[in-house]
Design a protein around this ligand. Structure first.
Ligand code: CA
Length: 350
């Protein structure tokens, strides 16, 4: 009798997996475009918390993005800034531990000390106000800064218990600054990833960084075989002569050719992939086609339902512009569930 119930339960789950597009194991080709949970499900829970990672996982993210910095005792922690003061109560717990610039640097604290801090919604360091006041209420509940190892264990544990294969997009924060502070962030992170089984390009793990020299070093000196993604902010390849927001096509083409010598993809700001006409309407520019011609994947950032750029009328239009009209390979989003929903309403996309 019990077996019948188990079978029934499984049969009930099958349409769920089909409807949501969550692949049943074994998974072969990754879905396109992939949904990359930007710092977890950060539209709903404070960024870079294990709760936010679990929620992103449950919402069907294909990849989850930890940003990484290094503690005083050399441990990789999942934190977006080299500072603790924008997302934790460090000023209350360690009031005397700031530097002369008034900031509290994670690298001045041990993991044990950082574990005493509570994580909350992001504060703008300049204004002291919440960046997204309509998101999770500040100072509520109890969230901590995870180590990279803890976050990987959570994702791998869920991979085992669900049978899915959710991967990682790991960003190294400010490698040159870390080096000046006496820490080789790339080396430290590679060793933690290797210990958890991420070593080759077939493993479900991408490394990303804004620092091109560090990505080149990862490939040539540190000999990593993991997939590398070169990040670009909105000012890349800026045209000197053209309209505001226009890019210098020759500089972009040369830049992408260079990236193709050491990396597997690019992670551009949304604006870098868009052309805006005199009426404010947006359309794809040449960047995605030029990247794909060089066999580079494209993971643009960041898709936020509550902060849609003014070149798009709605979140849905934004997702469709990039996923359908440009054919990008992954979307960094604070809202994995709503991004997934839009992709599923357009069957050609998932
Ligand atoms: Ca990031």
């Amino acid at each position: 009798m019990q077996r019948i119930y188990q079978t029934l339960a499984l049969l009930l789950l099958v349409p769920f997996f089909c409807r949501t597009g969550i692949a049943m194991p074994p998974e072969t080709e990754p879905p396109r475009p992939m949904i990359i949970a930007h710092r977890g499900a950060s539209g709903y829970l404070p960024e870079h918390t294990l709760a936010g990672v679990a929620m992103a996982y449950a919402q069907g993210a294909d990849l989850i993005e930890p940003d990484v910095i290094i503690s005083k005792d050399g441990t990789p922690l999942v934190l977006h800034d080299i500072y603790l003061d924008t997302v934790t109560n460090v000023r209350d717990v360690f009031p005397d531990r700031g530097r002369s610039d008034g900031r509290f640097y994670a690298i001045d604290f041990t993991v044990d000390e950082i574990k005493r801090l509570k994580v909350s919604e992001r504060i703008d360091a300049r204004t002291g106000h919440l960046v997204y006041p309509q998101r999770f209420p500040a100072g509520k509940s109890d969230f901590r800064v995870p180590t990279l190892a803890e976050e990987i264990e959570l994702i791998q544990g869920l991979n085992q218990s669900t049978g899915r294969n959710v991967g990682l997009v790991v960003e190294f924060k400010q490698p040159a600054w870390h080096r000046r502070e006496g820490k080789d962030i790339a080396k430290i992170v590679l060793s933690v990833l290797s210990r958890h089984g991420y070593r080759s390009r077939t493993d479900n793990c991408y490394l990303e960084c804004f620092d091109a020299d560090e990505l080149k070093r990862l490939r040539s000196e540190l000999k990593t075989d993991l997939k590398l993604v070169q990040l670009f902010d909105g000012d890349a390849w800026k045209s000197q002569s053209g309209e505001a927001g226009d890019i210098d096509v020759a500089a972009m083409q040369a830049g992408l050719s260079d990236v193709a010598t050491y990396a597997d993809g690019i992670g551009p700001a949304l604006r870098l992939l868009v052309r805006i006409d005199g009426q404010g309407r947006s359309s794809p520019n040449e960047v995605v086609a030029e990247a794909h011609a060089r066999k580079l994947i494209v993971f643009p950032y960041t898709f936020r339902r509550d902060a849609v750029p003014d070149f798009c009328p709605s979140f849905e239009a934004l997702v469709l512009l990039f996923a359908r009209d440009m054919g990008v390979d992954g979307l960094f989003t604070d809202f994995p569930d709503q991004t997934r929903e839009i992709l599923q309403q357009n069957p050609a996309l998932r």
